[in-house]
Design a protein around this ligand. Structure first.
Ligand code: NDP
Length: 343
């Protein structure tokens, strides 16, 4: 059997915190499998180039068998030339006194040219994951500048929110994360995101499945106690986990964000298996989400394409939360349109 062809993986913001946690996992084969050779392309702005160069030296020293080459550039066109997988991590953080419009404008100046460069030079099968915040709208901007790339190839990361939800459920039920499936994050990767356990399944050690609401009621005492726990503890905890980590760790989450990016691309390329997962992709109108918005959905990857899980019943309470998150995405879309960043 012939060896798999090398895959070109571009990482922007490669000199940053998430980049530092991400690049070693990609090069070790955690993302695409240990037998797939990887050509890494690190894209940075001039201020970050030395950090990226230092990371590249360490990558060399790891002698990863799957790592074919490392190129470092500040040139956006060179950064995406022939790229199969683009992980857009670098973004402009919100500075003091910065309004949402300023943040969107600053990020539009990063993600519009990146979208255009992907359109001009990336491989035909390019897959894009935006990690840099505001991730959904940054992906929307990049996609709008890549008219020749199918819109569903531009995704934004809600896998960390999904993983955080699984972890909180596993801790509460005192079971391993692998026993839980079919949890969903809907909407925007922001405080309005909607973690939803309605269709979750828990499988105990003897292989017997139960619904997640039933399993939680058994631990928390009643269905009413589950509702209260979801509203008052679970949803806010998942949505505000980033702030909790900053408070405890003294700096923002990086390794868990990198792990989620690896999970997202791994499943997109190699398939999701038995459970669905969560990813933000362009809406086709499913579940009342405006077509064209990049929103998180329950998704499965078949043949390297994210497909939205169809036909799930959504309760009025969950739908109200989704509607709120979608209103936020619509506002962001309208703002980037009014700023002239997309048509
Ligand atoms: P990080 O590597 O920590 O974060 C990068 C981005 O990921 C931020 O937008 C951050 O959003 C976002 N993010 C998404 N999810 C998470 C999460 N769960 N936890 C933490 N962050 C999350 O930032 P650094 O400042 O360490 O590094 C950024 C690098 O990007 C710098 O080296 C800079 O030079 C570079 N850069 C590159 C650009 C380019 O290639 N064109 C453009 C701009 C910057 P949030 O801010 O909301 O935490």
């Amino acid at each position: 059997m012939s060896a798999p062809s090398p895959v070109t993986v571009t990482v922007t913001g490669a000199g940053g915190q998430i980049g530092y946690a991400l690049l070693f996992r990609i090069a070790s084969g955690a993302m695409l499998g240990p037998d797939t050779p990887v050509r890494l392309r690190l894209l940075e702005i001039p201020a970050g180039i030395r950090a990226a160069e230092g990371t590249a030296l360490e990558l060399q020293d790891c002698a990863f068998p799957a790592l074919d080459s490392i190129d470092i550039t500040t040139d956006v066109s060179a950064g995406f030339d022939g790229t199969n997988i683009a992980l857009l991590v670098g973004a402009r953080p919100r500075g003091p006194g910065m309004e949402r419009g300023d943040l969107l404008q600053a990020n539009g100046a990063i993600f519009a040219p990146q979208g255009a460069a992907i359109n001009a030079g990336a491989a035909d099968d390019v897959k894009v994951l935006v990690v840099g915040n505001p991730a959904n709208t940054n992906a929307f901007i990049a996609s709008a500048h890549a008219p020749d790339v199918p819109a569903e190839r531009f995704t934004a990361m809600t896998r960390l929110d999904h993983n955080r939800a699984l972890a909180q459920l596993a801790l509460t039920l005192q079971i391993p994360v692998r026993s839980i499936c079919n949890v969903t994050i809907w909407g925007n990767h922001s405080a309005t995101q909607v973690p939803d356990i309605t269709h979750g399944i828990v499988t105990d050690s003897s292989g017997v499945p139960r619904t997640l609401p039933e399993a939680l009621a058994a631990v928390l005492g009643s269905p009413g106690a589950v509702e209260a726990w979801l509203d008052e503890t679970f949803i806010p905890r998942v949505a505000k986990r980033g702030a909790e980590i900053i408070e405890v760790r003294g700096s923002s989450s990086a390794a868990s964000a990198a792990a989620a990016a690896v999970d997202h691309m791994h499943d997109w390329v190699l398939g999701t298996g038995a459970s669905w997962t969560s990813a933000a992709r362009v809406s086709d109108g499913s579940y009342g989400v405006d077509p064209g918005l990049i929103s998180s959905f329950p998704v499965r990857s078949n043949n390297q394409a994210w497909e939205i899980e169809q036909g799930l019943a959504v309760s009025p309470a969950v739908q109200a939360r989704i509607d709120r998150s979608i209103r936020e995405l619509r506002d962001e879309r309208d703002m980037v349109r009014s700023l002239g960043m997309v048509r």
